[in-house]
Design a binder for this molecule. Structure first.
Ligand code: ASP
Length: 336
């Protein structure tokens, strides 16, 4: 069953990780709420889930306190390399699908499309470039200088790489370089952004954008650029992840979670996805989900995760989500 015609929902995250400086929390909350309002308005006016997640993520990319777009963390060389991706699953227009109906296909069929970029430094909003790759190229993933040339051709706002570096990000990088302290790492490990949504027509979309993990090597690409890992949308729902990208890639976290929504609620799937990730990798990560009934779910096992929701029933909500309780890992013993 798909969502009721008038229902829409949007969930966004501001990264799972260390809580960061307490003094920054009110401004981070403010940034998240403003981004959700923007995306929520798109949905309320009958806009698409894809427009809503792209608008939400682009607003968070522009905010210097999030680790995406302007304000991204710096890599080991002290420069910005950003990753982003988005995906949409749209119900195929029933009028075009008359044959399917005649053949008694009761389940709606969906068309999926995706776009992604990795290791880019000269584009103001990586998520908008991911969208251009999806809409205007025959490809799904473009990287580095080639992706930037494509961005220029598409008329996106281009910047000098240094213009993407906020004073805050530069300062954090200096501290890391000088001290190599866990403290600096803690304060940094937070702030990737993502959003998932369903619109009134039942289309599902997901988008994710990041500057990557602290201390990453020059050239490293994380899950946020990988469809199926950091971002996924299909007929059962949509997912966006945050956390240790390498673990999210090997577990294909967002694809697994999206397909699991065929059988279980987003709430349960989010919880189980993180439990399984802990069991197989011991990594820290978080995930947000929406399903085709406009139900929402989120879970993480880091210190905190910033989550916001906007739906047609409850309006806007913001929370600093507590981690799931890490289940005691089963000890497999040999019977005496
Ligand atoms: N998942 C991101 C990456 O590995 C980082 C994060 O979400 O904090 O690039």
């Amino acid at each position: 069953m798909s969502a009721r015609k008038d229902r829409f929902a949007l969930v966004a995250h501001g990264g799972a990780g260390a809580p960061g400086p307490a003094a920054e929390r009110p401004e981070r909350r403010h940034g998240m709420v403003a981004a959700l309002r923007l995306g929520g308005l798109v949905l309320r006016r009958g806009g698409t889930a894809l427009e809503a997640v792209a608008a939400t993520v682009a607003a968070l990319e522009d905010h210097p306190l999030f680790n995406a777009g302007y304000g991204s963390l710096l890599n080991s060389e002290g420069s910005v390399e950003m990753d982003a991706s988005l995906m949409v699953a749209e119900p195929i227009d029933e009028t075009l699908d008359a044959d399917a109906h005649r053949n008694h296909h009761h389940e709606l069929e969906y068309r999926v499309s995706a776009g992604a970029v990795a290791a880019i430094s000269r584009v103001r909003n990586p998520i908008l470039l991911a969208r251009e790759v999806m809409d205007r190229s025959p490809h799904i993933l473009m990287v580095g200088a080639g992706a930037e040339r494509f961005a220029r051709g598409a008329g996106l706002t281009m910047v000098k790489p240094d213009e993407m570096i906020s004073e805050r990000a530069r300062e954090r990088w200096r501290i890391r370089q000088a001290q190599r302290l866990a403290e600096a790492e803690d304060a940094d490990g937070h702030g990737t952004v993502g959003a998932v949504a369903i619109d009134v027509r039942g289309a599902l979309a997901a988008a994710t954008s990041t500057g990557g993990v602290p201390g990453k090597l020059y050239g490293r690409v994380g899950d946020s650029a990988i469809i199926g890992a950091g971002t996924f949308a299909h007929k059962y729902g949509a997912a966006s992840a945050t956390g240790q990208g390498e673990a999210i890639i090997v577990t294909a976290l967002c694809r697994e979670a999206t397909m699991a929504m065929a059988e279980a609620t987003p709430r349960r799937v989010a919880q189980e996805a993180i439990e399984e990730l802990i069991a197989s990798t011991s990594a820290e990560a978080g995930i947000i989900l929406v399903d085709r009934k406009a139900r929402m779910g989120y879970a993480h096992n880091a210190a905190t995760m910033q989550v916001g929701t906007y739906d047609s029933v409850r309006g806007l909500q913001h929370l600093w989500l507590e981690p799931i309780r890490k289940r005691q890992r089963a000890v497999i013993g040999v019977a005496p």
